[in-house]
Design a protein around this ligand. Structure first.
Ligand code: ADP
Ligand code: ADP
Length: 226
């Protein structure tokens, strides 16, 4: 079953040059899809268009088989994890995790249930009363992950979520994120410029270069290309 479909998607910021050029792509429900390519090739732009944070200048975006080009972000039923985590410094871990549910008016009892379940699953139960500045980089990353999981959105978009962590923690979190994605049956679009992340995490990988699709396929087929 298709979850996200890009049909001839293009993007121009200045009405002259295309930073993305006629991208065609179809991502299935429950698939872990990795978008890889050098800095500036258009990965974040593509992700932001799926999220509704960036206007689409050409082509059609479909979510669950419905045209979504102008669907408001809050109606897209997705969560997003950013490279810098985007945590609120004055809020506790608990408040950061629950912020989006307050906005969506999920009732307090349901919030509590999801909070406990998520904190347990991600290993944050002991840290709920702390502020972001009292956490390590890896713990902050977990809070960002928890905020995404607690939304229970079936589609998750991650933009270089591990690039601020050291190598050991990155390796650990690669496994952790895959485990969560499988357990929850999430559709994932995961942006990275790290080949190892792409090869070890992706069910399928798309290589972008200068706004164009260079290759799409399973890790093993890409790896065997000359
Ligand atoms: P990546 O995520 O692969 O590093 P981006 O999507 O951030 O690439 O950027 C793709 C291209 O679009 C780059 O040339 C970048 O400078 C340009 N770009 C990104 N965001 C904007 C913006 N808000 N306004 C103008 N140009 C932008
Ligand atoms: P990334 O890590 O995705 O490459 P960047 O540092 O390129 O992120 O971009 C960070 C922010 O700056 C984004 O919100 C992007 O839209 C904006 N941006 C990137 N390139 C440009 C540009 N050429 N003009 C204006 N804004 C830009």
């Amino acid at each position: 079953m298709k979850h996200v479909e890009l049909m001839d998607i293009s993007k121009s910021y200045d009405k002259q040059t295309n930073v993305l050029d006629e991208i065609n792509l179809s991502i299935n429900k429950g698939e872990f899809f990795v978008l890889v390519g050098p800095s500036g090739c258009g990965k974040s732009t593509l992700l932001r268009m799926v999220a509704g944070l960036e206007e689409i200048t050409g082509g059609v975006l479909k979510l669950n088989d419905e045209v979504a080009n102008h669907l408001p972000p809050k109606n897209r039923n997705l969560s997003m994890v950013f490279q810098n985590y985007a945590l609120y410094p004055h809020l506790t871990v608990e408040q950061n995790i629950l912020f989006g549910l307050d906005v969506k008016r999920v009732n307090k009892k349901e919030q509590k249930r999801r909070l406990m379940e998520t904190a347990e699953m991600i290993g944050l139960s002991e840290l709920l009363k702390r502020k972001p500045k009292e956490l390590s980089g890896g713990q902050r990353q977990r809070v960002a992950l928890a905020r995404s999981v607690v939304s229970e959105a079936p589609l998750c978009l991650m933009d270089e979520p591990l690039s601020n962590l050291d190598a050991k923690l990155r390796a650990h979190m690669r496994v952790e994120i895959r485990r969560l994605q499988r357990k929850l049956g999430l559709t994932m679009i995961y942006v990275t410029h790290d080949q190892v992340e792409a090869m070890t995490m992706g069910d399928r990988i798309m290589v972008l270069n200068d706004g164009k699709v260079q290759q799409v396929g399973k890790p093993i087929t890409l790896y065997n290309e000359p």
